[in-house]
Each structure stands twice: as C-alpha cells, then as structure tokens.
Design a protein around this ligand. Structure first.
Ligand SMILES: *Cc1c(COP(=O)(O)O)cnc(C)c1O
Length: 423
C-alpha cells in the first residue's frame, strides 16, 4: 500500500480480503485459535511463524487496525493496546527499567504527566520534565547514560504547545536516543512524525482515530528508524532475553515492536479488544475527511473567540499571534486539528457559568470526536495537580478546553456566542 496517498490509506489499508471473505474485518471474538498439530503451534510460540494462538498476544481484528495505523505512519508494525494510557505505559516499559530515567515535555496530557511523575518513579524510573520552549542546550543537560528516551506530544493536550520536532530530533540523533511522539491530537493525516525524526509514535485511538467516542484504544507504532544494535544505552536489546529462548531483539527486523509484544503485551496483557479494534477500524475510514472538517471549524471558532470581549486569550496555532504559529506552519501545514483552549475573563465561577449555558456543545471529559464538547481541566481532569503543577502543565485555572466537532461551524459559534452573553 506504500504508494497511496494518506486519505486512500485511511480507507484501504489494513484489510485485503481474499475471495469470499468479508469486505471489512470481522469481529474475531475468540480468545484462542485452533491448531491441528502441536509443531505448528510451537512455531507460533517461538515467533517462527506468525499465526494467531491467543488473543492476549495477537488477534486478527486487532491486527487489521494495527496494520492500518502502521501503514498510515509508514511504520514497520503497530501494537494495539487497551487505551492510550496503556500504550504510553507499555512503550515506556519496553525500554526503561529501574535505575533508568526518561525525558518528558512538562506540557503533556495529564494522565501521561501522572504516569511519569508518580507511577513510574515507584518502579524506579525517574522522569526529568523539561519545558518544550527550553533551549536545546538545557534539554541536553538533562541527558545521561541512563536516559532511555525523550517524549513529547505533537500538539499537547490541552496546553496546545506545538512540538518543535527539529530541536528534539537533533538532540536525540546526537545522543543516539529514542525519540517518542504522542501524535494523538494530530493523527497521521495532519502530521507523520516519521518525516521529522521520530522513532516511536503513540496514540490514544480513543480520540480522532476512532473518532465517534465509541471505543477506547491505544496504539504503539514502531517506525523502524532507530538502530539499537550495539548501542550501549540499550543493553536489554543487545543481550539474549532468557524469557524468550535467548532472543536478541537488536538482531531482529523489528526490535522495539517485537520486544514490546513479546514481553510487555505478554506480561502486562493490556491489549486492545477485538470489538474496539473493529469500531476503531471503521472510524478510521473517514479519518482524513473528518480531520479536514475539524481543522476548518476550529480555525473559524478560534478566530471568533479571539475577537470576543469576554475572552481573555485563545490558544490555537492557526492564529497569527500564537506563539507556535510558525512551528505549526512548518510541521502541520494541513491544519492543527479541532482542539483549542481559551481563557474566560474572570474567575472559575465565570468558566462554570459559561459551560452551563452551552446547549449544543456538551461538557465531557472526552475530546476529539465528531461532537463538539468542552471541559474545564482545573476542576476535572487536572484536579489532582497542585496549582504549581497546573502552571507547569500550562493549564491556568480559567482555561476552557474546547474540542471542535464536525457540526456546522455557524451552529457551534452561535452556541458559544449565546453562552458568552450569559457570563
Ligand atoms: C487521551 C490521551 C491519552 C490517553 O488516552 P486514553 O485512551 O484515554 O487512555 C494520551 N495522550 C494524549 C495526548 C491524549 O489526548
């Protein structure tokens, strides 16, 4: 499928039925798979043949969606996970262990911030947060021989910081360090991190990829760009894995992806369910079309809010005065997606009054599906964070996160206008 354009891949990649087979991938709702002889099954366990044997490790419906996402990102393989958070967790644990450290942009999604700031340290993995606007020199000063990867989001949720790929990928190349990118809010339709130096791409497919707020899911894409062989930073890829018959991952065609599935998925079991993979696969059919409309609507809404007297500030990279406007032009020429954030003049109560006055746009924890929705992070998703942490994460108390859907833009704007009048 290599030569097709992205919008074609959205519709066609991942499933090519043979004569008489179903046109779309069937929901293969089975824990296990039949084998007539024990050698054939043993070969699967040894990774000598790639048949299915148990759905905790691989499943045909999940594989269809995995193959589709891998094709969209130009990756070697993808691994479907139970949720975006499990994708971030399993990707991190595939290369980092006790005594190691990782570098993470401080403006990442709240769940990722908690995982790296609280939970992974309990396992002995230290996280060094950096400000994405810091100089390359400062970020580099955080790296030592125990650093295993650098991670950031293409567009951070909800701080709307746009990733300066050039800066981070140059640092990672120089130190022969894995560069992971969470591409959830842009999807491969707006940004293919492979073109800008990423090695591993992560998704919460619960957002735009599935697109309809119907199924949770996560995806880890191994782009195959990183050379683990004999890199002293990654001994676990260069010594035999005794839990897998002495496999040396760096010698394989897909080192990261294989280690992730053979160890992490096997041991942690947080795999995507077949039904969720089926729904996400269907959602993905319209991904390119939807992203186009999300971008168009968000640009109109951002321009409207930007001129409104009751709005203190608007963060959307489409706005000419946005701090990340030029970076977005370089890395996201097709648009910046449907997410934006803005600050209402006044205190938290004004934010709440505004949100309660909305009629079309609903209050939801979710973002990035077809329906417009709002959220006040300081009193919901980010309420576990202290005031200092909120500031670090780029989420001031009056921030309203708006996920612009694919409804008619005039209706969305009219609803916002009505609600702002009530503030
Ligand atoms: C939502 C989100 C996640 C977590 O995904 P879940 O599917 O909710 O577990 C991770 N990263 C980003 C950027 C997200 O927006």
């Amino acid at each position: 499928m290599k030569d097709y354009k992205l919008d074609t891949l959205c519709v066609q990649a991942g499933w090519s039925p043979k004569t008489g087979e179903s046109r779309i991938p069937p929901v293969c709702q089975s824990t296990t798979f039949f084998y007539g002889d024990s050698q054939a099954m043993a070969d699967c366990f040894d990774l000598k043949s790639d048949g299915y044997f148990y759905s905790r490790l691989a499943n045909p419906t999940v594989a269809a969606f995995e193959n589709r996402v891998a094709a969209l990102d130009g990756g070697l393989c993808a691994i479907g996970c139970a949720s975006g958070m499990s994708a971030v967790t399993l990707a991190a644990l595939t290369i980092a262990g006790s005594g190691d450290n990782i570098l993470c942009s401080q403006s990442v999604y709240g769940g990722t911030f908690n995982l790296f700031g609280t939970t992974l340290p309990k396992l002995g993995i230290e996280c060094r947060f950096f400000d994405p606007d810091d100089s390359a020199g400062h970020i580099e000063s955080l790296i030592d021989e125990k650093t295993k990867f650098v991670i950031a989001e293409t567009i951070a949720n909800p701080s709307m910081v746009v990733l300066d790929f050039g800066k981070l990928s140059a640092i990672c190349k120089k130190h022969e360090l894995v560069f992971m990118v969470d591409n959830t809010l842009t999807t491969p339709v707006l940004c293919r991190p492979k073109e800008f130096g990423a090695d591993i791409v992560l998704y919460s497919t619960s957002k735009y990829m599935e697109g309809h707020a119907a199924a949770l899911g996560g995806m880890i894409v191994d782009l195959g760009t990183f050379n683990f062989k004999n890199n002293p930073r990654y001994p676990a890829f260069n010594v035999p894995d005794e839990s897998y018959h002495g496999l040396v991952y760096a010698d394989l065609a897909v080192p990261f992806g294989t280690k992730c599935r053979a160890q992490m998925i096997r041991d942690m079991g947080a795999i995507m369910s077949p039904m969720n993979a089926y729904l996400s696969f269907l959602g993905c059919d319209t991904l390119a079309l939807r992203m186009e409309r999300h971008c168009e609507n968000a640009n109109k809404v951002a321009a409207f809010l930007n001129g409104h007297p009751k709005v203190e500030w608007v963060k959307h990279p489409s706005l000419a005065d946005n701090k990340y406007h030029d970076i977005a032009k370089k890395y996201l020429p097709k648009g910046c997606g449907g997410m934006l954030s803005f600050g209402i003049k006044g205190n938290i109560d004004k934010c709440r009054a505004f949100m309660e006055a909305l009629e079309l746009i609903t209050q939801e924890t979710h973002v990035a599906d077809v329906r417009s929705c709002v959220l006040h992070p300081a009193s919901t998703t980010h309420r576990q964070l202290s005031e200092h942490e909120l500031e670090m994460a780029g989420v001031p108390a009056n921030l309203v996160r708006l996920s612009v859907g694919i409804e008619n833009a005039e209706d969305i704007i009219a609803d916002l206008e009505r609600a702002l009048e009530r503030v």
